[in-house]
Design a protein around this ligand. Structure first.
Ligand SMILES: C[S@@+](CC[C@H](N)C(=O)[O-])C[C@H]1O[C@@H](n2cnc3c(N)ncnc32)[C@H](O)[C@@H]1O
Length: 229
């Protein structure tokens, strides 16, 4: 994407009523449309969506394909796509506005800071779609299924709240299963190392993100873990 296009997207985001942002890493305050400040932790349903509904997050949503698909499929659930790259989530946010998807919002921030923005037991479900695998050992703690991240998810999830991980990376898949086997109270519901080899357990899994299409094009098997904490 050209620098000009990126700058245009950043400018657009400032006026989008379905996008919030926080990059300071020190507070729960979010900047909404035209910089209006809002604190939404524990009150996304009334404070933004104005509708009581189960809250679903997509972490590292990129262009937001899963978030958009979830919002279209489940009008009675509220969906938030989260990514640090504004030029990417612009795409999902634009579709949300074009299609008037009132149950879809986006948050531009780093996932490391997520505890600032959601209250205890506020979230019903989390999708982690093709996260960066951080294969080098020195970056292992940046994996979105590393123990420190799981601890953050546990805090914000409702009891029995479900987490879905989709990845093309065998190392991340196996690492996640190993970590979950050591996590007290974690329960793996589904672990499938090639979801398209047989009929899918959940038709929603056929939704393909930009990265998933790329990996499928490279002949990679798509892996899926569904678990609770
Ligand atoms: C490999 S891409 C996958 C994007 C999308 N889920 C897909 O499947 O097409 C990983 C995404 O995670 C985002 N990301 C990685 N680490 C992050 C972090 N710590 N906080 C926020 N976003 C992050 C990147 O900006 C990128 O968009």
């Amino acid at each position: 994407m050209s620098k000009r296009n990126k700058l245009q997207r950043f400018a657009d985001l400032l006026s989008f009523p379905n996008v919030y942002e926080n990059n300071d890493g020190r507070s729960a305050m979010l900047a909404g449309a035209f910089g209006a400040e809002k604190e939404l932790a524990g009150k996304w349903n009334e404070g933004h969506f104005q509708k009581e509904a189960p809250l679903i997050l997509e972490l590292g949503c990129g262009y937001g394909e899963y978030s958009v698909a979830l919002a279209r499929l489940f009008p009675d659930k509220n969906i938030i796509g989260i990514d640090c790259k504004g030029s990417r989530l612009w795409k999902g946010a634009s579709i949300g506005l074009e299609e008037n998807l009132k149950n879809l919002a986006f948050l531009r921030t780093r996932i490391e800071m997520i505890s600032f923005f959601f209250g205890k037991n506020e979230v019903s479900e989390i999708w982690i779609t093709f996260p960066d695998p951080f294969l080098e050992n020195y970056r292992i703690n940046r994996r979105l299924t590393s123990p420190a991240f799981l601890e953050k998810y546990r805090e914000m999830l409702k009891p029995d709240g479900i987490i879905h991980l989709k990845t093309d990376e065998s190392t991340l898949y196996q690492y996640s299963l190993d970590i979950l086997s050591k996590e007290k109270d974690a329960k793996v519901i589904i672990a499938n190392d090639d979801i398209y080899a047989a009929e899918l357990p959940n038709p929603l899994l056929t939704t393909k993100t930009r990265y998933e299409n790329k990996f499928l094009g490279e002949g990679k098997a798509i892996k899926y873990i569904q678990f609770t904490l």
